[in-house]
Ligand binder design. Structure first.
Ligand SMILES: Cc1cc2nc3c(=O)[nH]c(=O)nc-3n(C[C@H](O)[C@H](O)[C@H](O)COP(=O)(O)OP(=O)(O)OC[C@H]3O[C@@H](n4cnc5c(N)ncnc54)[C@H](O)[C@@H]3O)c2cc1C
Length: 512
């Protein structure tokens, strides 16, 4: 049977892509060489933008029912707690989820797998991608099945969600330029007593060792991420007990048990292409970076949702072949630019936190504790940090699909969030995963008629101080894409702007 999309890899990226495509009526096949979902906790942070996007699939409540909200960050220097940054209300007014949230990746993957299976999409475990050929009408993919036989399967598109060592990326023949950090890192999920076991994020900035303690719950369970001394031999076979970890001792962490321990090298790389013909790269297959800021998994999920609606539009015949090519190419344009910015910024943060030498050590132990308490009191800076880390600040301004500006909002921005009262918001209708128009104030009847005739829901909200604070302009039109980003934004003669927008992008009206 020929599927629309063949997904290689059932980590968070592949699972989310399969869920979204299936919900939009696209036929998918998803295979993974693993025997089942990942069992290591790996990515912990699920950021506000992911929680917003998860509303589309009604996943957010399930994630929030199980994880842990982090109330503060403590910075320790030389075994003393020097700064506490409260996180409560950090992103208040910007999103329904104005906090830092922890939900381990193994539980997260189990949730995605169970939802996918409930939707009737089986995951084919123990099935390995072995190569593919591009054909005029799509791809043929070679798979090694659990019984050792090879199958040649057909699909319209191929999605490589197969992680950092991606076989799909290698088959595409595209490079993965970047580098590898000098240090070796370790992760340990522990149960322990001691001052940092307080449900908050604790960072130890010492002259040489780096240690971050991520809470896994309110009390005794936490994830340690630290550096392994360079002269320690046999890093691969190391156990937790072999660590010579001054930072753990400085923080007076009394470890009772270790549930998971692993050492790893950290890379910073972005693939040269996110798309080649009918094949796409997503998630760790396309970009890897330091764990600073917990961005990796969230970025893969964002890639999947960015690509899903574009493939749906093309597969369901919403446009001409030439326009279809431009639309799927916008996946590379939008996500590659973001991945490059992300790798650059996480690299800078990570290098400062871990660099050896007198100057970086002086910065960490003297300068950071002095300036941080002052900086975090600046409301604009707090907002900026939240927008960046939570990924609600991701935008595609200036890209092919983004046009116009009204108020402080540009085409390409994430639809700003506005609390519209009684527990509702202007994001509520995004779960329909379709184009829509939003107006704050009054919508002209000609606009209402145009939207009705062309298959776009029109959502009108009262003009409020909240809408103004979010940057909207009264009575302007905001055309929202199926992934919650703005296509075009305009005031004035709205219907001709919309007509032109869909016309130049090659969409057939009325939308299906
Ligand atoms: C120790 C550690 C800590 C981390 N902490 C964080 C964090 O705090 N926050 C964060 O956001 N990220 C973190 N990350 C990164 C995060 O785990 C990854 O970004 C995330 O797993 C990427 O998801 P993915 O689906 O793209 O790839 P993966 O999770 O790597 O999934 C790849 C899938 O492809 C399958 N596969 C591979 N090759 C083939 C093949 N040839 N054929 C078929 N299937 C194949 C694999 O079996 C797997 O199912 C961490 C990673 C590590 C290792």
């Amino acid at each position: 049977m020929r599927h629309d999309v063949m997904i290689i890899g059932a980590g968070p990226t592949g699972l989310v892509l399969a869920l979204w495509l299936n919900a939009m009526g696209v036929s998918v096949r998803i295979v993974s060489k693993a025997a089942g979902p990942g069992t290591a906790s790996r990515a912990l942070a699920v950021h506000a933008r992911t929680l917003e996007l998860y509303e589309q699939m009604r996943l957010t409540d399930a994630v929030l029912a199980e994880g842990h909200r982090v109330r503060g960050v403590n910075v320790w220097v030389g075994g003393e707690r020097r700064v506490r940054v409260p996180l409560d209300g950090l992103g208040e007014g910007q999103t329904r989820y104005p906090f830092l949230y922890i939900y381990p990746q193994d539980r997260h993957e189990e949730l995605l797998v169970s939802r996918l299976e409930a939707a009737g999409v089986p995951i084919e475990w123990n099935t390995t991608f072995n190569g593919y050929e591009e054909r005029p009408e799509g791809v043929t993919v070679r798979l090694r099945l659990p019984d050792g036989n090879e199958e040649v399967a057909e699909a319209r598109y191929l999605a490589g969600c197969d992680g950092a060592s991606s076989a799909v990326r290698k088959a595409l023949g595209v490079g993965f330029p970047g580098g590898t950090y000098q240090q070796t890192f370790y992760v340990a999920d522990i149960e322990a007593d001691g001052p940092p076991m307080n449900g908050e994020l604790n960072l130890a900035l010492d002259t040489s060792d780096f240690l971050a303690v991520f809470p896994l719950d309110e009390g005794r369970r936490a994830r340690l991420v630290g550096t392994v001394e360079e002269d320690e031999e046999h890093v691969g076979q190391m156990r937790f007990e072999d660590l010579n970890d001054a930072a753990v001792q400085h923080l007076r962490i009394d470890v009772k048990s270790v549930a998971w321990f692993s050492t790893y090298r950290v890379h910073h790389r972005v693939t040269e292409r996110f798309r080649k013909g009918s094949a796409f790269l997503l998630g760790d297959a396309a970009h890897i970076h330091s764990p600073a800021g917990g961005q990796g998994m969230n970025t893969g999920i964002g890639d999947a949702i960015n690509l899903a609606w574009k493939l749906r539009s093309v597969l369901q015949g919403e446009m001409s072949a030439q326009a279809a090519d431009r639309l799927v190419s916008s996946y590379e344009e939008e996500r590659m630019a973001f991945a490059r910015r992300l790798v650059r910024t996480t690299d800078q943060m990570f290098s400062l936190a871990t660099a050896n030498g007198a100057v970086p050590a002086f910065m960490r132990t003297r300068i950071v504790p002095l300036v941080l308490p002052v900086l975090v009191r600046l409301p604009l800076l707090r907002q900026f940090i939240f927008r960046t880390v939570s990924q609600i600040g991701i935008h595609y301004r200036g890209d092919t699909l983004s046009e116009g500006r009204a108020g402080r909002v540009h085409g390409g921005d994430r639809l700003p969030w506005v609390d519209t009262g009684e527990g509702r918001s202007n994001h509520d209708g995004l779960n329909e995963m379709r184009w829509q128009v939003q107006v704050f104030g009054e919508a002209a009847s000609v606009l209402a008629n145009w939207c009705k005739a062309n298959g776009l829901p029109l959502r009108t909200f009262a003009w409020t101080p909240g809408a103004e604070r979010a940057g909207f302009l009264r009575d302007a039109i905001y055309l929202v894409r199926p992934d919650g980003y703005l296509g075009c934004v305009a005031s004035g003669d709205a219907t001709s702007v919309l007509q032109d927008y869909f016309g130049t992008k090659g969409f057939k009206l009325p939308l299906v």
